[in-house]
Design a protein around this ligand. Structure first.
Ligand code: SF4
Length: 258
């Protein structure tokens, strides 16, 4: 079993593993079996908006992600998010590509198993100094808060978003995540509950007091990437403002938020 972050980095560089499993167990949302996988640990992400970040994927352990989408099993990893396709939503994640590919590698045993291949006490060191995205796919609240806390303890930057902020069971996540807000009412309610917000607004709609436009957005001129901006880490970020962005991507025109 790997017992140090340095040895895990070596194993990842050698290709012994493609990434690490951070959590395998029941979903905190509905109890169904889920797996949380981290990849892009030793190489840069090619995502043009986030920059070089560790990416994490939350998937059902017992169903491939496309089947989970079709049959609504993705509620175990995305909760009641209005952007789920099952809710006729506008989720921007291309599940058929990136998530399906991560799931394929999972079924081929490409990820290090916690407590079997590595000692989970290495997690704070493994991600020290890196930019860490909580839930590239899936809502971070599906996995226990302590797992995310360990992974982000020494991270240089944290990006996290949750649609589960109305659920008081997940109040601790406001330390690391932004409340995803889809309306001005969401914005007001989330702030009243102590969250910073990341709000998606309709194209051309005004920003609210205390909001700044995401600098990686098209409307702000794509000035930076998340790994350098560092704003979307909930209360743990230095930034105090909340963030707003115009609906974007192929499904932006269907966005009906206000
Ligand atoms: S505000 Fe900063 S951290 Fe948040 S999404 Fe935009 S660029 Fe990324």
């Amino acid at each position: 079993m790997i017992k140090s972050a340095a040895d895990m980095i070596k194993a990842l560089r050698k290709g012994t593993f493609t990434g690490v499993i951070l959590y395998r167990g029941p979903s905190m949302l509905d109890g169904a079996p889920i797996v949380v996988i981290a990849n892009r640990i030793t190489d840069a992400s090619t995502n043009s908006k986030t920059g070089a970040m560790v990416q994490t994927f939350i998937v059902r352990a017992d169903a491939d992600p496309m089947r989970a989408l079709r049959e609504g099993l993705d509620s175990s990893v995305c909760g009641a998010c209005m952007h789920r396709p099952a809710n006729n939503g506008t989720c921007y994640v291309n599940v058929g590509r990136s998530v399906a590919s991560v799931y394929g590698a999972l079924t081929r045993g490409r990820y290090a198993e916690p407590g079997v291949d590595y000692d989970t006490r290495i997690l704070p060191d493994l991600f020290a100094g890196l930019a860490f995205r909580m839930g590239t796919y899936g809502d971070p609240t599906a996995a226990p808060f302590q797992i995310w806390r360990a992974c982000t303890l020494n991270a240089a930057a944290i990006n996290g978003y949750s649609h589960q902020w109305r659920d008081k069971r997940f109040a601790a996540f406001k330390l690391l995540c932004m409340a995803s807000a889809d309306s001005t009412a969401d914005h007001a309610d989330a702030h009243a509950m102590g969250w910073r917000t990341f709000r998606v607004k309709a194209i051309g709609a005004p920003s609210l007091q205390g909001e700044v436009t995401c600098p990686a957005s098209k409307e702000a001129g794509q000035k930076t990437v998340c790994a350098d901006c560092l704003a979307c880490g909930g209360q743990s970020a230095k930034a105090r403002a909340s963030i707003v962005i115009e609906a974007h991507g192929a499904t932006a025109k269907r966005f009906v938020g206000v």
